[in-house]
Design a protein around this ligand. Structure first.
Ligand SMILES: C[S@@+](CC[C@H](N)C(=O)[O-])C[C@H]1O[C@@H](n2cnc3c(N)ncnc32)[C@H](O)[C@@H]1O
Length: 240
């Protein structure tokens, strides 16, 4: 089992490599993922105001979308990879919106003052953070009382099936270390830190291959299965 520094250096190397990859296929991927992101941003529209921070933003395309939708908000995009976040300019051009700041930092060590943020969000990134407890501790420090943190579109599973589910996601995408958010662990951390936590499963079949499409169709037909089988989910933490 690699340690955190090793895992993070693999993640950083992936971004260095991606910089030289086909921009058009990246664009096409992110436009498909926008079909996942947009309904979530719309559903939670009322939460996007004041000071907003994205963690694990990659190249910051989702922050650019948020800034376009909420020009009056202060939007800060952050990612562990300087190479990734340095690429935000092209997304700002596409979405015709300029974020207020971009930071390269780890999710559990963000150079912003205590109680300075109203909303923290990440999009399909929190399952990469490794140090979940430390990250939510940092989230608690950064949020104003009543502030909200949303981990959107995250692979999740129950503890009993985690080893098998983790093996599968790493088998599917071996180039970058992958994990899932374990429901019981996230609830325990949230409870220990005094967050109110809500988990909403997402069974969309958009952008899924044939096998995954059938799997998510079955989950949407029998929603109680989402509680037992690996499923994409949104995690909403509210600081009391
Ligand atoms: C699957 S990518 C998603 C990126 C972006 N949200 C998107 O949708 O394109 C996960 C991102 O998390 C970042 N990351 C991994 N560990 C991190 C950490 N501890 N703190 C901040 N960012 C991290 C990676 O560099 C990567 O950009």
């Amino acid at each position: 089992m690699a340690n955190i520094e090793e895992l993070q250096s693999i993640e950083l190397a992936v971004w260095d490599k991606l910089q030289h990859e086909d921009w058009l296929s990246n664009l096409s991927n992110k436009f498909s993922e926008l079909r996942w992101l947009l309904p979530k941003l719309t559903a939670h529209e009322g939460k996007f105001h004041g000071s907003i921070l994205e963690l694990g933003a990659g190249e910051g395309w989702a922050s650019s979308v948020v800034k376009r939708m909420h020009p009056e908000a202060l939007v800060i995009a952050s990612d562990i990879s300087p190479a990734a976040i340095g690429g935000i300019g092209k997304w700002e051009k596409i979405f015709e919106a300029k974020v207020d700041a971009q930071i390269s930092c780890r999710s559990y060590s963000v150079p912003l003052p205590d109680s300075s943020v109203d909303l923290i969000f990440s999009f399909q990134a929190a399952h990469h953070f490794i140090l979940q407890k430390e990250t939510l501790h940092e989230v608690k420090r950064l949020l104003r009382p009543g502030g909200i943190c949303m981990y959107l579109h995250e692979p999740s599973c129950r503890e009993y099936i985690h080893p098998a589910a983790k093996w599968r996601v790493n088998h599917k995408r071996p180039e970058c270390p992958e994990d899932l958010l374990v429901i019981e662990r996230m609830k325990r951390i949230a409870q220990d830190l005094g967050f109110n936590i809500q988990i909403a499963y997402s069974t969309t079949t958009l952008n899924r291959g044939v096998v995954e499409g059938v799997y998510y169709k079955a989950l949407s037909a029998f929603p109680f299965l989402c509680d037992w089988l690996p499923c994409t989910a949104d995690f909403i933490f509210t600081k009391q």
